[in-house]
Ligand binder design. Structure first.
Ligand code: FAD
Ligand code: NAP
Length: 500
């Protein structure tokens, strides 16, 4: 039977299935009584004994010795503002599409504008076309442009995500966490190896473009990623995977118009665009991404923790000379992974130096460096790494972070931490261009990250039964079943304790 209420004839995982899984998990592990639902944290300050949290619309405070922040990346909408005169056109963020579904489905809503060009926008456009609406998709010119999209099955045979989860992929996708050893040397530091890597991604890009039908002579041409080569490799605007069989067919429908422009203002039911053009619309869906998920910290704390902030004075809180480490890391990544040294041309070129990158300074993407330097293990950050394997990464990262807070993980000195952080940042910026500039992006590279965390835990992350499977069989969460018990057994064997 399909677990959590799924449909046996349909392998896709629905929102209801995920909800049912989380509910069952919480019940089974007696978590419900420990959760405060509908509680939004607006302030977090450090006290002599830990952290004090303040709650929205409440006098309550929560005091805690240790704090794990897992606020995700897609809860706080980014909603660009524009002038509105007269009755405003109803306008919602992609986050709220589910809530407003019945209102948008109404037959009075005939034309809808969608803003943004990444995965939420593609999904919104698909949904609206399936509802029978006329859609105008407004994509700004000064940005990353449309994202690259892989077919679910490459040449109708190989599952794209499964292939991306093989160890072979760790050699085809240059990663700074996987630069040592014979295979990385062969693939990344020989001309022949790099040639093979390049042709592999050329092929995958070609297949993806064919699948989309950019050259079929209609408006879908406007959705072609604006990058010179290998769009599905660089994932400059992110990466999507088509999971619905009629996805591209639906987007080719002539009820869709794609324009490159920006909304300046709305007047009654008309949107005025920067170019001077006007559009009539009954609804606007803003698929414009996400805001600050760490707004509960002020800039000074953000700087100390190693979270992005834009305050020049808070920047000085740090003791590390980041300019020196960033320059070193830039050179080191080019040397170790020459494939990344020469980025492809982008239609809208934007500076991609370390100075233009968001300042994520978390050791192993978890540890607040400024606190760790003082021996303060009261805070850890989770979930700020973007990969194709969220469930597995979350599980392993959570154990690692808890052990860190408990003092069980050995952390190196500040110099070594700073080097690790700078190398990661230089790598993600060069590897994923626009996405790496904004986030700790690591799309295809979740296995080297798992390897690194497992090594810290003294656990074995090569879990297949033979070398062929190790190279070609996709890694799935169940390959790592039991790793928490493995850790506890090893630890207790070392300390002479018996685990329950
Ligand atoms: C439309 C959509 C589709 C996606 N599809 C896929 C997919 O097919 N496959 C995949 O691997 N990934 C997918 N993702 C990404 C995936 O959802 C995330 O990687 C995953 O949910 C991250 O889990 P998380 O627990 O870190 O964060 P979240 O699931 O975002 O959870 C964060 C929680 O923190 C809460 N929160 C935030 N701020 C505060 C605050 N100040 N106080 C209190 N609580 C707060 C939020 O309400 C939320 O409950 C998708 C994302 C979106 C938006
Ligand atoms: N089915 C799925 O798997 C699925 C579905 C939805 C989301 N997701 C995931 O959720 C994450 C977020 O995706 P997302 O699409 O919601 O957000 P996103 O990747 O942050 O994309 C935001 C989009 O909005 C545009 N934008 C931002 N500000 C704008 C402005 N002021 N005016 C016009 N355009 C603006 C950006 O363009 P510029 O390049 O010009 O800035 C970009 O195209 C991703 O990791 C994604 O993979 C997954």
């Amino acid at each position: 039977m399909t677990p959590y209420g799924g449909d046996e004839s349909d392998p896709r995982v629905t929102g209801d299935m995920i909800h049912s899984y989380l509910q069952t998990y919480a019940e089974k592990h007696d978590l419900l009584r420990r959760i405060r639902f509908n509680t939004f944290v607006v302030g977090t300050v450090q006290t002599s004994s830990g952290w004090r949290l303040t709650i929205k619309d409440s006098e309550d405070v929560v005091e805690t010795e240790k704090l794990l922040v897992a606020t995700g990346v897609t809860s706080i909408p980014s909603m660009p503002d524009f002038k509105q005169t007269g009755t405003a056109i109803p306008r919602i963020h992609s986050r709220d599409l589910g809530t407003f579904y019945p209102a948008i489905e109404d037959s009075e809503v005939k034309s809808v504008i969608v803003v943004g060009a990444a995965k939420s926008a593609y999904d919104a456009v698909y949904l609206l076309l399936k509802m029978g609406k006329k859609v105008t998709w407004v994509i700004r010119t000064e940005g990353g442009g449309p994202l690259s999209i892989l077919p679910f099955k490459i040449l109708n045979t190989v599952n794209a995500i499964a292939f991306a989860s093989t160890r072979l992929m760790t050699f085809l996708s240059p990663s700074i966490l996987n630069a040592d050893g014979t295979m990385p040397w062969l693939f990344q530091r020989t001309m022949l190896g790099r040639w093979c890597v390049g042709r592999f991604w050329d092929f995958l890009d070609y297949v993806s473009k064919k699948h989309a039908g950019y050259d079929s002579g209609d408006h879908v041409k406007m959705l072609e990623p604006e990058i010179e080569r290998q769009g599905v490799f660089w994932a400059h605007s992110g990466l999507g995977v088509v999971t619905l069989p009629d996805f591209w067919k639906t987007l080719h429908d002539d009820r869709l118009t794609v324009i490159r422009d920006e909304i300046d203002e709305t007047k009654e039911n008309t949107a005025l665009l920067k170019s001077g053009k006007t559009l009539n619309a009954d609804y606007i869906i803003m698929c414009t991404g996400w805001g600050d998920h760490f707004a509960m910290f002020d800039d000074e704390n953000k700087s100390k923790i190693g979270l992005p902030h834009h305050s020049a004075s808070a920047r000085e809180v740090h003791v590390v000379n980041w300019d020196r480490f960033d320059a070193m890391a830039d050179e080191e990544v080019n040397k170790q992974l020459p494939f990344l040294a020469k980025p492809p041309k982008l239609t809208f070129q934007r500076p991609l130096s370390s100075g233009d990158q968001e300042k994520w300074r978390l050791y192993r993407r978890v540890v607040p460096m400024g606190l760790e330097e003082r021996g303060d293990r009261s805070l850890a950050i989770l979930g700020q790494i973007h990969t194709v394997q969220t469930p597995l990464v979350s599980e392993v990262q959570s154990l690692w972070a808890i052990l860190y807070l408990e003092g069980e993980i050995k952390i190196p000195n500040t110099e070594t931490m700073a080097k690790e952080v700078a190398l990661w940042n230089a790598w993600t910026r060069k590897r994923y261009l626009g996405q790496g500039r904004k986030f700790p992006y690591s799309l295809y590279d979740f296995l080297p990250y798992i390897d690194t965390l497992f090594k810290d835990l003294n656990l074995k992350s090569r879990r297949k039964s033979n070398p062929v499977s190790e190279l070609l069989s996709p890694y799935r969460p169940d390959d790592f079943n039991g790793f928490v018990d493995e850790y506890l057994r090893k630890r207790d064997a070392t300390t002479g304790e018996i685990s329950k």
